[in-house]
Design a protein around this ligand. Structure first.
Ligand code: ADP
Ligand code: MG
Length: 797
């Protein structure tokens, strides 16, 4: 009866979108019971037990013993609750410093032991490497292979790393591997692994904050410098004598006289031999640009660049380029240097990257606040794990000031006061400019501080780790997602430097440290810890509230870890972007004292309200972006599956042979079958990749103009966009088939395969990748504000 009542109360109190922990808690006795028996096993027996682990409880029990042996840390019950929830495909919320790295590693090993292939997605390269190396002893004891990938890893290293049972890598490295594979034309060159299980660290950062960020693969098609030469040649040709244009103005053809003139200008070559096919193609492209495309009708030249005019709209279409070298030919015609902006070959958002995995789970300090979004966008549930020791941090109410200047003065004063007591202070700012202003102010006051500004992850982690030392002052932007633990009194031995450095040493050697020295060190550390704890622990100051309260909590959560004392306070000014943009009310008109401090009762409400409005706007943006990108993502999947089919089977040749039987018969007498397979594949993939690239550019462009067009005709822009996407996608696939057939019929094919270059069909000569962010060093607030600004300027749906 009583327990039934408690159950009902618990369910009632439970936040929406969160899981009931009861179903995990009941495994704990069973896990604990296995402890003594497992402790008696030799390492090899432990690995054997792991291989046979049947249940999630077995995995937790064996994982706990492996962590005890490998790291000297025995996972707390709450850490194993986290592991269990992740093994059920949930996102766990566990406060900073609770030991998520270990919880996650046991979960990852658990999936691996069930035969799954696991990728642990980290926020950056530094953390991917740190965590893989840090957890390696645990994995080794469990008989699970582990590896990591960083930006510098070679394709071969990546392939090997993906082959491990558990692979640590940042979201962007994984995403770029997937994108780069999109351009490979040989199965042996593929790098990325098939998506299976992904375990995401700092899951809210990746799944919500970064979800809309597109990963972009861009490429430069080799536009020969000789384009200028061709442009000069065609400029001297005259219509009717040297070339003819058909009635509709859609095609241009050289006359015999034109061909002879061009041949002379090119040094007396014969354009119609196979050797000069390339020159002939370039000449034709240049002629097309010269004779068929008219400046100020088909395109305009602005800011030194060629911009296309879309016939149907008469407005400038910024994102579009003509295909296959024509763009460069027009640039050459206009005497402009070839634009080096490259073109987007493919792109995908982090959200769609994650949605490829059949199993998704994750961990973060702040998940509940985005529980509903995790459910809406990913179908994920949140499990809230209580802290091992209750949190006693004191969170003070916000302090509101009239101006930024007054606010910053007050911040500096408070830092001075805290520092005078020796209490460590961590100051989180919203942007780099503010952190630098504040550092200058503190310096003038005679205080020295460490300033972090998002440039070197490894070095910064080392600085953050020391932020809890006696008397230290640390100023940092974007604490969310930094993933570094701040201990009172300073970092612990072995964490003072990077984990992996310690681990690079021989295992046994590390274990053989001088015991006395280690004990002295531990005692000194405890003393440092207690000294700072007596002062009240780490004091966190936020110089402004973030666009979402979740990010505020991330910052506060750096203090008060594992039951330590701590404090936090946020400063806000009426001039802060958040208040100016979203604060609905005019500033309270109560009398403002000389120091600018506003103590009006409505101040708290005002700040909270502005933040809720901002959160709502961000959610709308996310939802809206997703609605637009969903269909394109589905189409992308269709293209990828088709591409994979072409890459791995003889489908391309079969189709092309069916459509061009004579050409096939002619070719198959001269070459063996393998060469033809390869050639057909090259041709089909070339056109498919080109078609997709051009389709993406076209859709991006349509997306830009869709609101205006749809609004004019009283239609729903999203429906319109979808209708266009479906139509153009079908058209694109037809064109790919037609062009492939045409190329197969005409392109020179030898034992080396199809000579696509001879037909002017060039693959990107180089590719590069980037993340689209307005300003990589800007604060999330200013980035969000800018995108909101853009959204607001557009007419609403
Ligand atoms: P989080 O990612 O949750 O913020 P970390 O995984 O970085 O936390 O771990 C924080 C610190 O806690 C690390 O120094 C780690 O060694 C320590 N730790 C984790 N689990 C335990 C444990 N069971 N016993 C003792 N220390 C632990
Ligand atoms: Mg962490």
């Amino acid at each position: 009866m009583a327990s039934g009542f408690r159950g009902r109360v618990r369910r009632f109190l439970q936040k929406p979108g969160t899981a009931d922990l009861g179903r995990y808690q009941r495994f704990l006795p069973e896990i604990t019971e296995q402890g003594p028996r497992l402790r008696g096993l030799a390492d090899a027996q432990l690995a054997a037990a792991a291989a046979e682990a049947a249940s999630a409880a077995d995995i937790c029990a064996i994982g706990r013993e492996a962590a005890r042996r490998g790291l000297g840390e025995e996972p707390f019950d709450v850490q194993l609750l986290g592991t269990l929830a992740m093994l059920s495909g949930q996102v766990v919320e566990m406060a900073t410093g609770e030991g998520k790295t270990l919880s996650g590693a046991i979960a990852a090993a658990g999936y691996a032991l069930r035969g799954r292939s696991v990728q642990v997605m980290s926020v950056n390269d530094y953390l991917a490497r740190r965590d893989a190396e840090w957890m390696r002893p645990v994995y080794e004891l469990l008989g699970v292979t582990v590896a990591w990938i960083g930006q510098e890893s070679s394709p071969q290293q990546r392939r090997l790393a993906y082959a491990a049972q558990v692979t640590y890598a940042s979201a962007s490295e994984i995403g770029f591997d997937v994108l780069r594979d999109r351009l490979r034309t040989d199965v042996a060159d593929l790098v990325a692994a098939a998506p299976d299980v992904v375990l995401i660290d700092e899951a809210d950062s990746v799944l919500i904050d970064e979800a809309r960020v597109p990963l972009v693969l861009a490429g430069a098609v080799a536009t020969a410098a000789a384009d200028t030469q061709m442009a000069q040649i065609v400029r001297r040709l005259s219509r009717r004598l040297h070339y003819e244009i058909d009635e509709e103005g859609r095609n241009v053809r050289l006359t015999d006289a034109g061909a002879r003139a061009a041949e002379r200008a090119l040094g007396g070559i014969d354009l119609y031999t196979e050797e000069h096919l390339d020159a002939l193609t370039r000449l034709n492209v240049a002629l097309h640009a010269h004779a068929l495309l008219q400046r100020d009708v088909d395109y305009i030249v602005a800011d030194g660049r060629v911009r296309l005019v879309d016939e149907s709209r008469g407005r400038v279409a910024r994102l579009q380029r003509w295909p296959d070298g024509l763009h460069a030919a027009v640039e050459a015609k206009e005497g402009l240097s070839a634009s080096d902006s490259g073109e987007i070959l493919d792109s995908m958002t982090i959200q769609s990257l994650v949605r490829r995995y059949p199993t998704v789970c994750g961990m973060t300090g702040t998940a509940v606040a985005v529980g509903e979004q995790l459910r809406e966008f990913y179908g994920l549930e949140v499990a809230v794990i209580p802290p091992n020791v209750p949190c006693v941090r004191i969170d003070e109410p916000d302090r509101l000031y009239a101006t930024v200047r007054q606010k910053e003065e007050a911040v500096a004063d408070l830092v001075t006061t805290m520092h005078a007591q020796g209490r460590p202070v961590l100051i989180g700012t919203l942007d780099v400019a503010e952190s630098e202003r504040l550092a200058r102010r503190l310096k003038l006051a005679g205080l020295s501080c460490a300033v972090l500004n998002a440039k070197n992850d490894a070095q910064e982690a080392a600085i953050v780790a020391e932020a809890g030392a006696y008397g230290s002052i640390t100023v940092s932007t974007q604490m969310a997602g930094r993933g570094t633990d701040i201990r009172l009194g300073g970092a612990k031995r072995g964490q003072r430097t990077d984990h992996h450095q310690a681990r690079d040493h021989d295992h046994d050697q590390a274990a053989g440290h001088d015991n006395d020295q280690a004990r002295d060190h531990d005692q000194a550390r405890d003393h440092d810890h207690n000294q700072v704890a007596e002062l009240g622990g780490l004091y966190v100051i936020g110089t402004g509230r973030h666009v979402s309260s979740r990010l505020d909590h991330q910052l506060r959560g750096r203090s008060g870890r594992q039951g330590d004392p701590g404090g936090s306070v946020f400063f806000v000014s009426m001039q802060d972007e958040l208040i100016v943009q979203y604060g609905r009310e005019a500033p309270p008109d109560a009398e403002v004292p000389p120091d600018g401090r506003i103590t009006d009762a409505r101040a708290d409400w005002l700040v909270g309200h502005a933040q809720r409005v901002a959160e709502g706007v961000l959610l709308d943006i996310h939802r809206n972006t997703w609605r637009y990108s969903k269909l394109i993502e589905d189409q992308r999947q269709i293209v990828l599956e088709h591409r994979d089919q072409v890459l791995r089977t003889g489908e391309a040749l079969q189709a092309l042979a069916g459509r061009c039987p004579e050409r096939f018969a002619e070719l198959s007498t001269a070459l063996d079958e393998d060469v033809l397979q390869k050639a057909a594949r090259q041709i089909a993939l070339y056109h498919l990749d080109r078609g997709w690239t051009e389709y993406l550019a076209r859709m991006a462009d349509i997306r830009e103009g869709i609101h205006l067009r749809a609004l004019g005709r009283g239609l729903n822009p999203l429906d319109q966009f979808h209708a266009e996407a479906v139509r153009l996608f079908g058209h694109m696939l037809d064109e790919v088939a037609r062009q492939s057939e045409e190329t197969f019929a005409t392109v020179p094919i030898s034992a080396d395969g199809a000579d696509l270059a001879a037909a002017g069909l060039m693959r990107a000569s180089s590719t590069w990748t980037y993340l689209v962010q307005d300003d990589p060093f800007g604060s999330p607030l200013s980035r969000a504000a800018r995108s909101i600004g853009r959204l607001i300027r557009k007419p609403p749906n």
